[in-house]
Design a protein around this ligand. Structure first.
Ligand SMILES: CC(C)(COP(=O)(O)OP(=O)(O)OC[C@H]1O[C@@H](n2cnc3c(N)ncnc32)[C@H](O)[C@@H]1OP(=O)(O)O)[C@@H](O)C(=O)NCCC(=O)NCCS
Length: 150
């Protein structure tokens, strides 16, 4: 893998081709989530303002991160952005793709005024280690959070 060819790209219009790529990557490790992604990702990104970044190497997708936003219900609550999905192609794990996707998403949310970021659905030890290495703290069984205001 030539690291110079790695690109993180924001997708505003999910095509059927992109949807299938994301589905196939998620299906490698979590088939039940893959079906959910297949049913909701296009609509969430194209019509509901969710954010999607993909990692490409030579124009081929090897990972993606997607999430929505939650607005503060009162003044005491920080404006929070939530990552719902993060998947990297199994043959490309541990090459820094997940870290790059997370960093890009974080940068985007920070630039848009979000003060806190949460990530869900991380039941595996691997995913927990990954989020903790990225500065997230566990706040519930399947949820980690990071303060973006620092
Ligand atoms: C979790 C996941 C996204 C990590 O992606 P990745 O590209 O392999 O992670 P990175 O290479 O960027 O790793 C960054 C750091 O996270 C930690 N980490 C990643 N995988 C790890 C593992 N298997 N065990 C321990 N620590 C790990 C390490 O600190 C690593 O840094 P290092 O390689 O310099 O030691 C990937 O394993 C994946 O897609 N898993 C299946 C789906 C999933 O669990 N998604 C998350 C919840 S939706």
């Amino acid at each position: 893998m030539n690291k110079d060819n790695i690109k993180i790209v924001r997708i505003n219009n999910v095509t059927d081709e992109i949807l299938l790529d994301c589905y196939q990557i998620a299906n490698q490790t979590r088939p039940e989530n893959a079906s959910q992604i297949y049913c909701t990702l296009k609509q969430n990104v194209n019509n509901r303002g969710h954010v999607l970044f993909v990692c490409t190497i030579n124009e081929i997708i090897y990972g993606f991160i997607a999430g929505g936003t939650a607005f503060a219900k009162n003044h005491d609550e920080p404006l929070t952005a939530n990552v719902e999905w993060l998947f990297v192609d199994v043959w490309h794990h541990r090459k820094g793709i997940g870290r790059r996707l997370l960093a890009k998403c974080e940068e985007h949310f920070r630039a848009n005024g979000f003060k806190r970021m949460t990530v869900e659905r991380a039941p595996t030890i691997k995913a927990k280690e990954f989020y903790i290495s990225g500065g997230f703290m566990p706040i519930a069984a399947y949820k980690h959070a990071k303060d973006l205001s620092r």
